[in-house]
Design a protein around this ligand. Structure first.
Ligand code: GAP
Length: 440
């Protein structure tokens, strides 16, 4: 995909209500985005697809929903207060500030300012903590400080004992969570790829230490396959092990699942071996034992953790970029999002051929029936060809056309987004036919 196609996807997202720049009527709020009627449905579909695979279809993972705000103790113990920082340099000529490790990517050299081109103008690098700090209660001051979580993961570690006791799981087992995280990124950008407010889908999978390597392999493969199963071509994905100098402070080994973005290969998800680092740290700092007693072997141990950590927004960007296509149907160019049906905002669009009230009551009745099971769009304006194209452009897999014959033969036409093929189906069989075509 050419880099210009990023602009096309961004434009489509704005034009069709997937993603808007935040606070646009006030000139915009840099690198923040709001998700519109279609984007919010798609985000929900990404979350639900993840929960379905990671929780619903397994018997060894449970879901939690922990608080976003946390007291400093949590991040003292986790190491984020001391270590979760980026190295920053200031240009003494143009006064701009950059991430030292991004200088080359930003178009400068390690010694040349990407802002003004000056050479040798940088200050020494300083560590800049990425966490957002705020204050709880009416007094701003020490003692009232709280942090917005920079990852959902700590919610799983501090609740390890609660979940162990209430869910009656034993290692190997996992705790999953989907929710917002916040990082004061120095160089946000590339649309919704890197923002300061974003949503994560994380699993902390607790295993006996001796099984850690095996589970790490398992999760690397399983997570890569998840994206393929949801329609990303395998040649747009790669698993890349981190070099030692890239590892987070808690990791003994991480692989990134990378996606081929229009601007090059980049991280989509990380799978990390967090060892027993976090549970040990929280046990030491809180004074609460966070371990597991295995009655079969009579052994007590602190589980090791394998962590597949994905981004909801970043996954949505990858799914959109991979799905974006342009082709020619009946000599007319069209834009089509070839989204997996699970991810498509609408699964079906109901389109009466005319907006005459002889036809619309039947069309509405069909819409009501289908919407018991699926997210359905309804559109009765403009020529039918135009309406098909509007649905293609937002990835709706199936259109159901209600015409005047439908009033006589009790049948409607199903039209397929990808092939544009049409078949006539009795209304009585419609739900079953749609379910068979969508696969759910
Ligand atoms: N708990 C481990 C962790 O947070 P990470 O690699 O920093 O690891 C995991 O983040 C995933 O969260 C990333 O692969 C990405 O999909 C998403 N993510 C991280 N920072 C992001 C940001 N600033 N904007 C959008 N998504 C982000």
């Amino acid at each position: 995909m050419a880099a210009t196609e990023l602009d096309q996807v961004v434009n489509l997202c704005k034009r069709r209500g997937f993603v808007y720049p935040s606070a646009e009527i006030y000139g915009g709020f840099r690198s923040s985005y709001d998700y519109g009627p279609l984007g919010s449905l798609m985000l929900r579909n990404v979350r639900e697809a993840w929960i379905r695979t990671m929780v619903q279809q397994r018997d060894d993972v449970v879901l939690i929903d922990a608080a976003i705000l946390a007291p400093p103790q949590v991040f003292e113990a986790s190491g984020h207060l001391a270590n979760f920082s980026d190295p920053l340099v200031d240009c003494t000529k143009c006064k701009q500030r950059f991430r030292e490790d991004h200088l080359v990517d930003l178009g400068g050299g390690p010694d040349t300012c990407p802002g003004c081109g000056a050479k040798g103008s940088f200050t020494e690098a300083r560590a800049f903590n990425l966490m957002f700090k705020t204050f709880a209660g009416p007094v701003e001051g020490s003692g009232a400080e709280v942090y917005m979580r920079p990852e959902t993961a700590q919610g799983m570690f501090v609740n390890f004992l609660n979940v162990l006791q209430t869910s009656r799981k034993k290692p190997p087992f996992g705790i999953a969570q989907v929710g917002k995280s916040f990082r004061n990124e120095i160089t946000p950008g590339n649309f919704i790829f890197r923002t300061r407010e974003f949503e994560q889908m994380e699993l902390e999978f607790f295993v006996p230490p001796a099984e850690s390597a095996e589970w790490y392999d398992y999760w690397c493969k399983a997570r890569l396959q998840w994206y393929v199963d949801l329609g990303i071509p395998a040649d747009m994905l790669v698993l890349r092990p981190h070099d030692a100098d890239e590892l987070s402070h808690y990791s003994s080994g991480t692989s990134d699942i990378e996606f081929k973005y229009p601007w090059g290969w980049g991280e989509l998800e990380g799978v990390a071996q967090r060892t027993n680092y976090d549970l040990t740290q929280h046990a030491n700092h809180s004074g609460t034992k966070l371990d597991y007693f295995d009655q079969a072997t009579n052994e007590r141990y602190i589980p090791y953790v394998i962590e597949p950590a994905a981004g909801v927004n970043r996954a949505m960007a990858a799914f959109l970029l991979a799905a974006y296509d342009e082709d020619i149907i009946n000599d007319e160019p069209r834009t089509v999002l070839r989204l997996h049906p699970r991810l498509a905002p609408y699964k079906v669009a109901v389109l009466p051929l005319s907006k005459k009230d002889t036809l619309t009551p039947l069309a509405h009745q069909i819409r009501r029936t289908l919407s018991e099971r699926y997210m359905v769009d309804y559109d009765e304006t403009q020529a039918i060809g135009k309406r098909y194209r509007r649905q293609d452009e937002v990835g709706t897999p199936l259109c159901v056309t209600v015409d005047f014959d439908s009033l006589e033969d009790n049948a409607v036409t199903i039209r397929d987004r990808d092939t544009t093929a049409q078949v006539r189906v009795p209304i009585a069989d419609l739900l079953g036919e749609i379910s068979a075509r969508l696969g759910f």
